[in-house]
Design a protein around this ligand. Structure first.
Ligand code: ADP
Ligand code: MG
Length: 271
């Protein structure tokens, strides 16, 4: 098993009593799997994602539970030990590439960052070659041209591709993607999903993909966890969960969010 989250609890300490954002969730991921987490805003998805690499802000933390990555409990590691895993074996991409990219550094510098941090003894030339490879893999048409550009010179879709290149340059085993397509228009969103699928198929990169958008989850993921108010309410193969939901909450979620396939089916029935 690549990742095993066991009875994870996350609390906010700046409220009295502490507010529980995540209440005893458990799930696991196999190597090469694309697992989705879906749920309404505030259901605890981001807190769960951030906790895996101990990236929670200082007002919240893991109060109990285990996060086993290849058998090692990440929740018990020191900052130094985590640094070795973060951005190397596990990378993360976020919703807003503009806030995650540094506006004053070139694309090339930022894509190479992971290689520098993990000091694998690559020469400057080797780092550049790897960065250009990663930019190409992320579907950017002119890696050489993009390499020297600054984030503000790129479109939103291109910035998200740069983020993906920076996340993948170290060839991580697990990519955690928290709403990576939410800020993008539908066409670009579809391209990014296609890209993630290709990366998964080509390199076997496991992807933990978080979204409030059921249609996006359906397109990309094999299995899905449905979260509500800090708990996992339902879990299973995407087709089973979406076509034959068993829990009332999942049924409500499916009914509330327009899903083109479902509305087509409904329209056909009413004709
Ligand atoms: N600074 C904060 N203080 C207290 N509670 C917070 C804070 N930020 C988020 N929360 C709570 O944590 C819960 C989970 O939030 P989050 O993981 O961001 O949800 P999601 O990503 O699913 O939208 C929510 O119930 C939210 O109200
Ligand atoms: Mg979130």
């Amino acid at each position: 098993m690549l990742l095993e989250v066991k009875n994870l609890n996350i609390e906010f300490y700046d409220t009295d009593p502490p507010e529980k954002a995540v209440k005893g969730i458990s799930f696991s991921m196999e190597q090469g799997e694309i697992l989705g987490i879906v749920g309404e805003s505030g259901s605890g998805k981001t807190q769960t994602a951030l906790s895996i690499l101990q990236l929670l802000k200082s007002n919240s933390g893991i109060s109990s539970g285990e996060i086993l990555f290849k058998g090692k409990n990440l929740a018990g590691l020191s900052g130094r030990e985590l640094q070795k895993i973060r951005g190397k074996e596990i990378s993360m991409i976020f919703q807003e590439p503009m806030t995650s990219l540094n506006p004053v550094l070139t694309v090339g510098r930022q894509v190479e960052e992971g290689l520098k941090l993990h000091g694998e003894g690559f020469s400057k030339e080797q780092r550049k070659a790897k960065a250009l490879d990663a930019l190409g893999e992320a579907g950017l048409p002119d890696p050489e041209g993009i390499y020297g550009k600054y984030p503000h010179q790129l479109s939103g879709g291109m910035r998200q591709r740069v983020m993906i290149a920076a996340a993948l340059v170290t060839e991580p085993e697990l990519l955690i993607a928290d709403e990576p397509t939410t800020a993008l228009d539908v066409t670009v969103q579809a391209q990014i999903l296609e890209l993630l699928k290709e990366i998964n198929a080509k390199h076997g990169t496991s992807i933990l993909f978080i979204s409030h958008d059921l249609a996006v989850i359906r397109k990309l993921c094999g299995r899905v966890l449905v979260m509500n108010q800090g708990v996992v309410v339902e879990e299973g193969e995407v087709s089973r969960v979406f076509d034959h939901p068993q829990k009332d909450y999942t049924k409500k979620l499916l009914a509330a969010i327009p899903d083109r396939r479902r509305s087509l089916r409904k329209r056909r029935r009413s004709q």
